[in-house]
Design a protein around this ligand. Structure first.
Ligand code: NAP
Length: 495
């Protein structure tokens, strides 16, 4: 039997942007689930902050309707949870109301304080300066920064410097929710908890790695933000590179936060530069056009942008799709390509890491047995988190020796049922516990930008428009060519 979940110390969690999409759709449901599981104790408080003029009851009503689905069968739990929830109307850029907010915080001086900045990053500095000015960085206080941390290395440095003038690095938790996913944790367990994989985990045995984060949705309401960012900044610089680091890092000496992050940093430093000398060969940018996604006719990127903006545009040079071939210049990975791919309005919603092993050196089977396929370890982050190891076996029966490629399949939902939880549940409690292992350290963010900036610069200098692709497909045909040039294919049919 599994031991019951351990309660965390009582805390005050202040969510700046408490009425926003992330807070309502992700953070509050995550906190509710942890409350139901008994990890959040009486005396803890969750305080939403935004400019909207609401009182505690008005905010609770918003959260109640947002949580209704999650709390269907447990109305008493929902009532108890909402007693922990409050609201303060504050403008991050104005001083009105901050004195009262400071008094509210002073009511529970021993609680761990978590300031979660679930707002646009332009507000990070204003919020942190006011938190400093009103003396709120006290005792055990931490600040959580949502992505994006900057637009490039220079702007990331500015944000980190400004936040750093109020909060020490040890208090700063830069969240990348991909790192909180069960499968990513399991990558650590698989690699370092089994004797099986690590001896093979190198250029001698691994042919290549693919990391795909594909969405079927378009930009939706995020158009104005997205058009200034694009897929490389929005997804590759953070989520995909973090996943790459987890696959490629050396075994850390322990799971202590700095041991893990030191190893990830070494991978980022070892990434080979992609710049104007090779970006045309190693990267593909795309932008979706109208098409059919998940059975529905959907508009193209420009129509989506114009739908949500007062100023109409005719065209945009922003990529909604990126595919690229990265290489890590070190002994373990020399010559092993890491193909990364992400985009909006793609054929399927799937996030997956595929580790493809080299073929056996010599086949003892006759041609009639069928082809020998590569062993592949597939770690699926969403949907249906799980791990599959594709193996070659003999097709059962007396019809001759015929080879079959089948997966050893572990779906976490099937294996563990209701124990599945959202990444934010783990990460929020890790912040309260003060465990930064799964959060990005400043030098990691900087190293990731140092790699991404020359790609962005090469694209800007090249001036080429992103290649069009039809919504509901796997991106532009040049992304297929990128991997097929190397005699490989994207892993799209491993059901
Ligand atoms: P959103 O829906 O636009 O919410 C923004 C929140 O900030 C609202 O509560 C808004 O309320 C508040 N706000 C705006 N200006 C403010 C000010 N001057 N002072 C105080 N509060 C202010 O944005 P979101 O989607 O929740 O995203 C928040 C952040 O998380 C963004 O940086 C986003 O990139 C990042 N993120 C979001 C997601 C997601 O799934 N949504 C995922 C990953 C990262 P008022 O207008 O009433 O002030």
């Amino acid at each position: 039997m599994t031991a019951p979940a351990q309660p965390v110390d009582t805390f005050d969690l202040v969510i700046f942007g408490g009425t926003g999409d992330l807070a309502v759709r992700k953070l509050l449901p995550a906190l509710f689930h942890r409350f139901v599981d008994g990890q959040i104790q009486a005396g803890s408080r969750i305080i939403g902050v935004a400019r909207e003029a609401l009182d505690d009851d008005g905010y609770r009503a918003q959260i109640r309707s947002a949580l209704n689905g999650a709390a269907d069968s447990q109305p008493a739990k929902l009532d108890a949870f909402l007693k922990l929830v409050g609201y303060r109307p504050l403008d991050a850029r104005k001083d009105d109301g901050w004195d009262d907010f400071a008094k509210l915080m002073a009511e529970q001086p021993d609680n761990v304080r978590v300031f979660y900045l679930s707002t646009s990053p332009e507000l990070f500095v204003d919020i942190c300066q006011r938190l400093g000015h009103y003396g709120l960085n006290k005792g055990e206080s931490r600040v959580v920064l949502e992505k994006p941390i900057g637009h490039d290395l220079a702007s990331a440095n500015r944000i980190n410097d400004d936040v750093g003038s109020v909060f020490a690095e040890s208090q700063t938790f830069r969240i990348d929710h991909y790192l909180g996913k069960e499968t990513v944790q399991n990558l650590l367990a698989l690699r370092f908890g089994n004797a099986l994989f690590e001896p093979l985990w190198n250029a001698g045995h691994i042919d290549h790695v693919q990391i795909t984060v594909a969405e079927t949705l378009g930009v939706g309401r995020r158009g104005p933000y997205y058009d200034h960012a694009g897929a490389l900044r929005d997804m590759v610089q953070n989520h995909l590179l973090q996943l790459l680091c987890m696959v490629a890092m050396e075994p850390p000496a322990s799971l202590s936060p700095n041991a893990v992050r030191d190893e990830k940093l070494k991978v980022l430093h070892a990434l080979k530069t992609i710049d104007d000398s090779n970006a045309a060969q190693l990267t593909v940018r795309g932008q979706y056009r109208a098409g059919v996604a998940e059975g529905q006719s959907v508009p193209g990127y420009i129509e989506d942008l114009n739908n949500d903006s007062k100023t109409k545009v005719q065209k945009s040079n922003t990529e909604t799709f990126v595919a690229l071939k990265a290489e890590i210049g070190n002994w373990r990975w020399a010559g092993v390509p890491f193909y990364l791919r992400t985009g909006k309005r793609l054929a399927e919603r799937v996030s997956e890491i595929v580790v493809a092993f080299k073929p056996v050196p010599h086949s003892i089977f006759s041609a009639s047995a069928g082809p020998l396929a590569q062993n592949r370890l597939v770690l699926r982050l969403q949907p249906d988190e799980g791990v599959k190891l594709w193996l070659t076996i003999k097709h059962p029966g007396p019809g001759g020796l015929r080879l079959r490629h089948v997966p050893l399949d572990m779906s976490f939902a099937e294996a563990f049922g209701a124990q599945q939880s959202d990444a934010y549940e783990r990460l929020l409690l890790d912040v309260v516990r003060g465990n930064p292992t799964l959060f990005m350290r400043r030098d990691e963010v900087e190293a990731a930008w140092r790699w991404a900036d020359p790609i962005l610069a090469a694209w800007a200098a090249g001036g080429e428009a992103p290649r069009p692709y039809t919504a509901g497909t796997w991106g532009p045909s040049s992304a297929v060519a990128l991997i097929e040039r190397d005699g490989r294919t994207w892993d799209e049919d491993n059901e």
